[in-house]
Design a protein around this ligand. Sequence first.
Ligand code: SF4
Length: 485
Amino acid sequence: MPKNIQVTPRTFTVYTEKNIEKIPQLSKFSRDEVLAMRAVANVLPFRVNDYVIDELIDWDRVPDDPMFQLTFPQPGMLKDGELDAMIDLIRKDAPRSDLKAEARRIQLGLNPHPAGQKSMNVPKLEGIEVAGMQHKYRETVLFFPSAGQICHSYCTYCFRWPQFVGLDDMKFAAREADRMIDYLKQHPEVNSVLFTGGDPMVMKTRVFRRYVEPLLQPELDHIVSIRIGTKAMAYWPGRFVTDNDSDDLMRLFDEVHSAGRNISVMAHYSNPVELETPMGQAAVERVRNAGAVVRCQAPLIRHVNDNAETWANMWKRQVTLGAIPYYMFVERDTGPRAYFEVPLGKAFQIFTEAYQKVSGLARTVRGPSMSSTPGKVLIDGIAEVQGKKVYVLKFIQGRNPDWVNQVFFADYDPAARWLDDLKPAFCDRWWWQEELEQMQQEGWTGDWSQDSHIEKRVSDLGHVSFAPAAAGANTLDRNMVLQRP
Ligand code: SF4
């Protein structure tokens, strides 16, 4: 237990669409209002726990309270006709199959699979897709353990919502770590594994350990960092503090750290209130004491955190607790986006105003950033170039690593919400577009090992870097592999 923070162990009870009416605090809503929540919850995922309900939501401020907006179904998340259709079906006690059919019709109209995630990012091993993995950027592999495909609560805006509503063919889930390990052995260009979900922190430590431990074997010492994408630090910090196996989890983090790898908890914090509870602060302290780094990221969401004050306060609080502000994302082009989106121009303004309010220590944060089909695109500025107002955009990740840190310009459009809404400012096509289309036509799946030969170089200080191999080289020089003491 952290020294300076008093925490009281508490219950963890989950509510879903089936028992939403049992949430005591909802008694302040009318029957029709609760019915509308149920209607939305039949289409989009709903799951909330009593820590969020009791500790994070200010019930005097609902429905405007940001944590309520973040976790409870909102009528505006569906179009009027769709909402009415769902309400009608529930009112007349329609068979479950009718409700499901109508819900599925609405779900399929919500762009359930954006940014080529299924068609372009799933890698192959000996010609067979490695289920449960994505390899979009050369250095980083995403892994979706099958046991980590739910969350302690669901976010209303979640871009991974299709996983939670049974759109099975869009579900990434890997049962075993073996294929991931085999893939990584053949891909020395990968140096970071990101466990994601859902939320990998819903797994018991003994299950999570089965995925993590094999990554520490000497043959995989090109994996220099292991990241865990999680919202448990906000939605159920007891996972790191009071759960029966939280001590084991801290030991596992310490083992990774002691093995000379970076262990990073990529904590999804949407609002400063998530960092204000004793349990939330104890979680940060414990994770840091175990040798892990806490990096903080979240999308910018209307109704939840669409003002500069909220972000500046959040970044300041993160720095105070020893965590590192990392990303502000743009809401993705999927799901109930129309209700939550913030146009790019406004997003840039909010980011800039918040950035101006914090010290250099919090300016580790980057954003607003779009995880789009060609790569992670940062809105780096709004400027006037040759008499034209433009967005200055920059790749901070790219399907082709050569694109990274390259800028490009788009016509300024205050209503644009995503890269697809933008037009190149001084030409007809983006300079990267032809190459991207070629990748799409060829069914490119993110395998760099076939045609790019990356060497690992290790400095005297043990720092690892990667660079193209010398001309003619076709294998990695295993002598370059880092030898740890
Ligand atoms: S925690 Fe992440 S994966 Fe889970 S619902 Fe929220 S955004 Fe989606």
